[in-house]
Design a protein around this ligand. Sequence first.
Ligand code: MLT
Length: 376
Amino acid sequence: MYQIKLFNKISTVGTSRLDAAKYHCAEESDSYDAILVRSAKLHDTVFPKNCKCIARAGAGVNNIPLDRCADEGIVVFNTPGANSNAVKELVICGLLLASRKVVQGANWVQSLSGTPDIGPAAEKGKATYAGPEIMGKKLGVIGLGAIGWKVANAAVALGMDVIGYDPYLSDASKAALDPKVAVVTLEEIFADADYITVHVPLLDSTRSLINAETIAKMKDGVRIVNFARGELVDTAAMDAALTAGKVAAYVCDFASEEMLAQPNAIVLPHLGASTPESEDNCAVMACDEVSDFLENGNIVNSVNFPAVSLGAKNGSPRLLVLAKAGVDVSARLAAQGVAVSANSGGTRGNYSAFLADVDQVVSNVDGDGILAVRTF
Ligand code: MLT
């Protein structure tokens, strides 16, 4: 029986796909084969020796210690695209909120409650809450992954002039992107966009991507939307730019005291993926990744090991060797007298994976650099 530890509530639409005869999911568990997690922070978690994989029901993985997991032979998965429609819809809402003073106007009209002749009173004061349309304005989309390209295409459909930037533009995103979206440099986005939305992961290289220096390159009165991660924006720089009017509005999905106190910011409590549809989609994808890995050794959508796949097990013993990059696993298996009938291998950054159908079960591969050997 595989033990699955749930660090957050995971939709049962996903967990019900795990065969109850083979899997036991529980929130309270000290010894487990896999973790299903949403936003719980795992940086300080000591993983048990039998923990083989972690699946994040979501896209961002900044709550998981990826390199430590790789060094401990734990494969980490995410669910790219599973919540992208939910986030896209809220980003479009964010663009409108950055323009039309909907939140400010709604709060103000609420404050009129009890005023005699409230209808005319509301009409009289509404001019303060006027804001521009987004049609015809230039939107810069930073990051054209699963969410970014959908935002770009939806903004085109709303009549915006869309430019996008992505140094790692995938073939899939390129093919999906509306031909009206011009792919440009980051500098062009900063210089030309009336609205900017960020859709990049939080990495050391992207932390504070929007800072005093990059804001200074932007148009006066630019409106910025951030539904990716709060730390992509330097909050102090944003606060100063909003107060000075350099940035007309900032809509973000991440709370901070500074932004709550800033009249030109609208703060939401990380609602981007909070739809029943996306919670189900993420749970389904995460559970399928876990079962395919635990039963077949296939690695699909990992963020710390390369993709490897040999399909469903076909009767012969199967071996997965996780190793440091550069280790010649097939040569080592050959030296141990193991015959390989099919294999799938690759490298991602400092780590490699080698999945093989073999003629005998081996529980160890000789030599340095081996992180884990899994048998199926
Ligand atoms: C994501 O990373 O998938 C989104 O920010 C939503 C979430 O964190 O659950």
